[in-house]
Design a protein around this ligand. Structure first.
Ligand code: 3H9
Length: 709
C-alpha cells in the first residue's frame, strides 16, 4: 500500500488515515488506498467498525484540482471517478465513521456522506465548493446531501459553495455528533457505540426529499438568486438542476444526471477560467528571489497619514484586522470629516447586520485620530495616503524620516506616482514600498504592492504577509506609471471615449461590458470614481503627450462643464437623488459638437467591435507590462483585474480571456486596429511573438517559472 493512506487498528476498530499533505486532496492513489484499507478491515474478523480520518490539517479538501486540467486536455481519462470508493464505503461490512477536522470539502464531503456516520470537531467545516471552480459536485454530492440535509440546504450549499461550520452541519443532519477533545479517541468511542447496529445508507433515505409542491418554490428562488447574484455563471444553474434530479429520479439515475452535468461544467471555459483563478490566487504569493523563509517585520501597530477617502478606508482596514492605527490629518476639520465618514461607514454595516455595535465600538477604539506625529515612532508601518501630488508626498516622506523607527515599513498609497522618486526623499529607500489600495479600501480585496528599485526583500515579504493579515490579496507590481491595474485601465477607458466619439451610444458601450460580465461599464465607472481624477492627472502629465497622437476629447469637456460624475449629479449620465442614471441630452449635444469640431463622421458601431476594442486594449497593454517585467506573470495581471476592476472571474482575467480566444486571433484583430487607428494600437512585442509561436500567456508563465526555478 502507498504511504498516502495508512492503516492501523485500535483494538476492535480499524483506523484509516489519509496522509496526503497539505490538505489531503483525493489525488491518484488516495481513493485506491482507502479502498484497499477497507478490504483489509473487512478481512479481519476482529474488526467491528472503521474510522476514516485525515492526517495533518484537514479531513479531505476535495478532489485534486490539478487533475482536472489533465482530463480536459486529454492527457488522462476521467474513468469512474470516486464512485467505486463510494460504493465500497457505503457497502462496507464494517460501518465506517468519517472523523472530520479542518475541512471536508467537495469530494471530501462526498466521501464522508458515503460513510455510515460522520463526527466532527467543533472547528471543522463542511461544504460543496465546486461551484467556485465552475463545477458541481461530481461524486454524488447533489444526490446524498439533500437526503441528509433536506432540499433547501442542499441547494444552498451546492449553488453558492459556502462552507458550513460543524454546529450548522449537525443541525442540518450532515454530522451526527460533535466531538469534544481528541477527535480520533472520540471517533473510536463513537464507532464502538454503533458497531453491530443496522446502518441505513444515505442513498436509501428519501424522507427529506420533499414533494414537488414543496420543492418548486425552493428551485425557483434559487434560480432567481442565481440570476441576480451569480450573473453569467453556468455552474450554479447546473447544481440546482442536479439537486432537482435527486428529488425526481431514483438515486442511480440522479447520479447519472449529476455526472452528465458535471462533465458539461468540467469541459466549459468557465471552469477552466475559475480553476486558473484558484491557482492564480495562490501563485501571486510566490515571488522569485523572495523565498518563503525571508524574514518579515512584525506589524503590530500602524499609522496612516491622510484621513481622506483612501486614508480613512486604509485605517478601517487595519482596525478590521485588529491592528491599532494612528490616523493623522493636517487640520482639525479634515480629521473630523474623516473620522465621521469612518463612523458612518461602520454604522451602516451595523444597521445592515454585518456586525454588532460592540464590534464597531472595538474597531473605532483601535483608530486614534491625531494632528501630530506623536506616537509615530511606535509604528511598525507608516502608510502615506495624502493628496496625489509628488511634492506633497516627498515632503511627507522627508518628515517621517526623522520620526519613524529604522525598521518601520514606509508605504505610499500612490496610484500613479513613481515609488523611486518618493523614496528619494527618504534616507532609507530600502524600507519604502507602494501599497496601492483600491477604493473603498476597506472593501476592495486587491492590494498592489509596488516594488521600488531599492525596496528590500524583507519589506516585500512583509507586505505580502500583511496583505493576508488585512484580508487582501497582495500582488507585486513594478514601478511604472499607473502600475499594472491603472496603467491598463487607461487604454481601456480611452477606447470607451473614442468609441463614443466615433458614434457608439454611451449606453451601448457600457452595456457591452456589462453583458461581457464586468460589474459596470467603463463610462459608468468614470462617473462613479469621478471624472475629475483623470482630468487632474492628464493635466499633471500633459508634458508627456505626443503631438499628433489622438487623444480623447470628451471627458475633459465634461469636466470643464463641471460634470465630474455621480458626485456632481452629472457626468456621462445625469443622476437623480437616488443616483439612478439617465441619458442626458446635454451630453448628446456635446458629443455632436465634439464630432463636428474634430471632423469625425459618426458611424454605427457593432457590439462586437465595442467589446473587442475595449478588451483588446486591456490585453495589449497587459502584454506590454509583462514584456517589461512590471508584472511577474500574466496570472498576476488577471488576479489584479478580478479583484480590483470587477472583471468576471468566470472569464479568468483579461490575459486568460485572450488565451481562450487564441493569441493569433487577438494579435490579428489588434493589428487591424493598428492599421485603422494608428500608433496607439501598436501590437505589444510579446503578444506578437507568442502569437507567432502559437503559444499562450499561460505557457509563457510556465516557461518563465521554469527559467527562474
Ligand atoms: C471536487 O472535489 C469535485 C468533487 O465533486 C469530486 C468530483 C469527482 N487540490 O488554499 P491553501 C493546494 S473539486 C489540489 O493555500 P489554506 C493549494 O493549491 C474540489 N490542491 O491553504 C496550495 O498549494 P500551494 C473541491 C489543493 O489553508 C495548498 O494546497 N474542493 C487543493 O488557506 C494549500 O492551500 C475545493 O475547492 C485541492 N483540492 O486553505 C477546496 N486544495 O501551497 C479548495 C488546496 O502549492 N481548497 N490545494 O500553493 C480550499 O478551499 C483551501 O485550499 C483550503 C485550505 C480551505 C482547503
Amino acid at each position: 500500500m502507498s504511504d498516502l493512506v495508512l492503516y492501523s487498528t485500535s483494538g476492535d476498530i480499524a483506523v484509516i488515515t489519509i496522509n496526503n499533505p497539505p490538505v489531503n486532496a483525493l489525488s491518484p492513489g488516495v481513493p485506491e488506498g482507502i479502498a484497499e484499507s477497507l478490504e483489509k478491515a473487512a478481512a479481519d474478523s476482529a474488526i467491528k467498525a472503521v474510522v476514516l480520518i485525515g492526517g495533518g490539517r484537514s479531513f479531505i479538501a476535495g478532489a485534486d484540482i490539478k487533475e482536472f486540467g489533465k482530463i480536459t486536455s486529454g492527457q488522462k481519462d476521467r474513468g469512474p471517478g470516486l464512485h467505486p470508493l463510494l460504493s465500497a464505503l457505503e457497502n462496507s461490512p464494517r460501518p465506517v465513521v468519517a472523523a472530520i477536522h479542518g475541512q471536508a470539502f467537495g469530494g471530501g464531503l462526498e466521501v464522508a456522506m458515503a460513510c455510515a456516520h460522520r463526527v466532527a470537531v467543533a472547528a471543522a467545516q463542511v461544504g460543496q465548493p465546486e461551484v467556485k471552480l465552475g463545477l458541481i459536485p461530481g461524486a454524488g454530492g447533489t444526490q446524498r446531501l439533500p437526503r441528509l440535509a433536506g432540499v433547501a440546504k442542499a441547494v444552498e450549499m451546492c449553488q453558492f459553495g459556502e462552507p458550513v461550520k460543524a454546529s450548522g452541519a449537525q443541525q442540518a443532519g450532515v454530522i451526527d455528533r460533535i466531538i469534544e477533545g481528541d477527535l480520533l479517541e472520540g471517533a473510536i468511542a463513537f464507532a464502538r457505540e454503533i458497531a453491530g447496529k443496522p446502518v441505513r445508507r444515505v442513498r436509501d433515505r428519501n424522507e427529506k426529499l420533499g414533494t414537488a409542491e414543496e420543492n418548486e418554490p425552493i428551485f425557483e428562488a434559487a434560480r432567481d438568486a442565481a440570476g441576480k447574484r451569480q450573473r453569467g455563471l453556468m455552474a450554479p444553474l447546473a447544481a440546482i438542476r442536479a439537486v432537482e434530479a435527486a428529488t425526481r429520479l431514483p438515486f442511480e439515475e440522479g447520479v447519472q444526471e449529476e455526472a452528465r452535468l458535471f462533465r458539461e461544467c468540467l469541459f466549459s471555459t468557465q471552469s477552466k477560467a475559475l480553476i486558473h483563478v484558484f491557482f492564480g490566487e495562490r501563485t501571486v504569493a510566490k515571488i522569485p528571489g523572495v523565498p518563503k523563509e525571508t524574514p518579515i517585520y512584525t506589524i503590530r501597530r500602524a499609522a496612516v497619514i491622510g484621513a481622506g477617502t483612501m486614508g480613512g478606508g486604509i485605517a478601517m482596514t487595519y482596525a478590521n484586522a485588529g491592528i491599532p492605527v494612528l490616523l493623522k490629518e493636517a487640520a482639525q476639520d479634515a480629521l473630523d470629516r474623516g473620522l465621521n465618514t469612518i463612523r458612518r461607514n461602520y454604522a451602516n454595516s451595523v444597521a445592515k447586520g454585518r456586525f454588532s455595535q460592540q464590534v464597531m465600538d472595538q474597531r473605532m477604539a483601535l483608530i486614534t485620530p491625531t494632528l501630530t506625529y506623536d506616537g509615530f515612532n511606535q509604528a511598525d508601518i507608516i502608510v502615506e495616503a495624502v493628496f496625489e501630488g509628488m511634492g506633497l508626498k516627498k515632503q511627507v516622506f522627508a518628515e517621517i524620516d526623522d520620526i519613524a523607527r529604522p525598521d518601520a515599513v514606509l508605504a505610499s498609497n500612490t496610484s500613479t506616482l513613481s515609488i523611486d522618486e518618493i523614496a528619494s526623499a527618504s534616507s532609507r529607500p530600502h524600507m519604502v514600498v507602494g501599497h496601492h489600495f483600491f477604493s473603498p479600501a476597506n472593501v476592495m480585496r486587491l492590494l498592489e504592492i509596488v516594488r521600488g528599485k531599492a525596496t528590500s526583500k524583507e519589506v516585500i515579504a512583509t507586505s505580502m504577509s500583511l496583505a493576508r493579515m488585512l484580508g487582501k490579496i497582495g500582488v507585486l507590481v513594478g514601478n511604472c506609471r499607473g502600475f499594472v491595474g491603472n496603467r491598463m485601465f487607461g487604454p481601456y477607458r480611452r477606447e470607451a471615449q473614442f468609441l463614443v466619439e466615433e458614434g457608439a451610444d454611451i449606453e451601448a458601450v457600457d452595456s457591452a461590458m456589462f453583458e461581457f460580465g464586468m460589474a459596470m461599464g467603463p463610462l459608468q465607472v468614470g462617473d462613479l470614481a469621478g471624472l475629475d481624477v483623470g482630468w487632474r492627472i492628464r493635466k499633471e502629465f500633459s508634458h508627456l503627450e505626443v503631438p499628433g497622437v489622438r487623444k480623447p476629447l470628451l471627458e475633459d469637456r465634461l469636466c470643464e462643464m463641471g460634470r465630474y460624475g455621480q458626485k456632481t449629479g452629472a457626468g456621462w449620465y445625469k443622476y437623480d437623488e437616488n443616483r439612478r442614471p439617465s441619458r442626458d441630452p446635454v451630453v448628446i449635444e456635446l458629443i455632436g459638437q465634439v464630432q463636428r469640431e474634430a471632423g469625425i463622421s459618426p458611424r454605427s458601431i457593432s457590439q462586437q467591435e465595442i467589446t473587442d476594442r475595449l478588451l483588446y486594449a486591456l490585453v495589449n497593454e497587459g502584454a506590454r507590462i509583462l514584456e517589461e517585467g512590471m508584472a511577474l506573470r500574466s496570472v498576476d495581471i488577471d488576479i489584479i483585474y478580478l479583484n480590483g476592476y470587477g472583471f468576471p472571474a468566470y472569464r479568468g482575467g483579461p490575459m486568460f480571456y485572450a488565451d481562450t480566444l487564441g493569441l493569433a486571433k487577438v494579435h490579428e484583430r489588434i493589428s487591424g486596429f493598428h492599421k485603422q487607428h494608428g500608433v496607439l494600437w501598436t501590437p505589444a512585442l510579446l503578444l506578437e511573438r507568442l502569437a507567432g509561436e502559437g503559444k499562450s500567456f499561460s505557457e509563457h508563465d510556465r516557461a518563465a517559472a521554469v527559467a527562474t526555478a
